[in-house]
Design a protein around this ligand. Structure first.
Ligand code: F6R
Length: 366
């Protein structure tokens, strides 16, 4: 069942154009976003939402961090994102107008389930679950449900579940914006167009695999790596660091690039590879100046960007480019290169990619 692939993780990385196309097919039709996507009651539950609280663990939490940028910028609703195991033990403030969104590939993660129960016990009735496994525990405990169409994910490291979660969250954002009268027809048409192009753009990113293999072989010899991003790409830096550490066992940390001077710059020397997620977004110039700081300290950089950013290569700056900047959905496209980098670094180190040591696919204990 692996076909031409060596591991489920590699197969699942390559299934993303299909998984995204399937997910998107269920989300939009000729007329726009499909009505009542999140269930029959979605109008009533989503209509006058005044705050969003996202709860999740691991990679699903990073999907939530991306969504925060979208929800605040597009829907104009304040959004908080919490790691489920933290939220469930803190005295959170109840707000009847708050929408509680849980994100879970498996739908069985105990901490996320318990965080949802806690939110409900606080009086939150507006609950929505984004999940990849039908009829699992978390969606069953939620008022509204949206199932991603990633298909079964077998590799322990989440890949296609993550990118389809992002599409679900983007759709939720557009739905909330529309209910608040903040989505013009023109803007909606642009989003639909962006979604339609997404599987193709993800395929272009997958086509970079041979270049990424060459980088990964160099990473395999390292013990540490630093990942940097800003804004909506900062969570992608976090995801890249998590993927690298969990399957290759290389210690990796992610920082918002603007935080460099506040501590992590002290780590930078010629032995520390620095991965930068730097597409042509509004923060590009800021990222470029952060890169100069790394360069001045002798650090070697590995920059994932797009052609539109006009990133120059130099002795210390290695660059891999996707064909074009895709705008608002750019974090989805940029998830691909960091997945491939982690996969090939792990392969070069000979670790058990699909079943990393000490980890389980579904974490049903605290
Ligand atoms: C990382 C990874 C984990 C999961 C986390 C949550 O690659 O797979 O961090 O994302 O355990 O799992 P779900 O989404 O099933 O709740």
């Amino acid at each position: 069942e692996l076909g031409p692939y060596r591991h489920f993780m590699q197969k699942e990385i390559h299934e993303q154009p299909r998984a995204l196309a399937d997910t998107i097919e269920g989300v939009i039709d000729r007329n726009g976003f499909v009505p009542a996507l999140f269930g029959d009651a979605d109008g009533a539950v989503l209509r006058d939402v005044e705050a969003v609280q996202i709860l999740a663990c691991g990679t699903s939490y990073y999907a939530g961090l991306v969504a925060r940028y979208w929800i605040e910028a597009i829907a104009g609703i304040p959004c908080a994102v919490d790691i489920a195991s933290e939220y469930r033990y803190r005295a959170a403030v109840a707000n009847p107008k708050q929408l509680v969104v849980t994100i879970s590939q498996s739908g069985e993660t105990l901490d996320t389930m318990e965080a949802l129960k806690y939110a409900k016990a606080l009086g939150h009735e507006r609950t929505l679950s984004i999940c990849n496994v039908p009829e699992s525990a978390i969606p069953r405990a939620s008022r509204l449900v949206y199932y991603t169409r990633a298909g079964a994910e077998i590799g322990v490291a989440s890949t296609k579940a993550f990118t389809t979660q992002l599409v679900a969250l983007f759709t939720l954002t557009a739905t909330l914006a529309k209910l608040r009268g903040r989505l013009s027809d023109e803007q909606e048409a642009q989003y639909l167009e962006a979604l339609r192009h997404l599987p193709g753009s993800v395929q272009h990113a997958l086509n970079l695999e041979p270049q990424i293999v060459a980088w990964a072989e160099r990473f395999a010899a390292k013990e540490h790596a630093l990942f940097l991003g800003r804004g909506v790409h900062y969570p992608i830096a976090l995801e890249g660091a998590l993927k690298l550490k969990e399957i290759s066992y290389i210690h990796a940390e992610a920082y918002p690039a603007g935080e460099l001077k506040h501590g992590p710059l002290a780590l930078v020397d010629s032995a520390m590879p620095v991965v930068v997620i730097a597409p042509n977004d509004s923060l590009l110039e800021k990222v470029k100046s952060n890169i100069q700081e790394v360069r001045a300290r002798g650090g070697e950089m590995f920059v994932f960007t797009d052609l539109d950013s006009h990133f120059g290569e130099s002795e210390q700056v290695n660059v891999i480019r996707t064909p074009r900047h895709v705008g608002i959905l750019s974090p989805v496209v940029h998830a691909i290169p960091v997945q491939l980098l982690a996969y090939h670094a792990a392969l070069a180190r000979g670790t058990d990619v699909d079943k990393p040591r000490n980890l389980a696919k579904s974490v049903t204990v605290e």
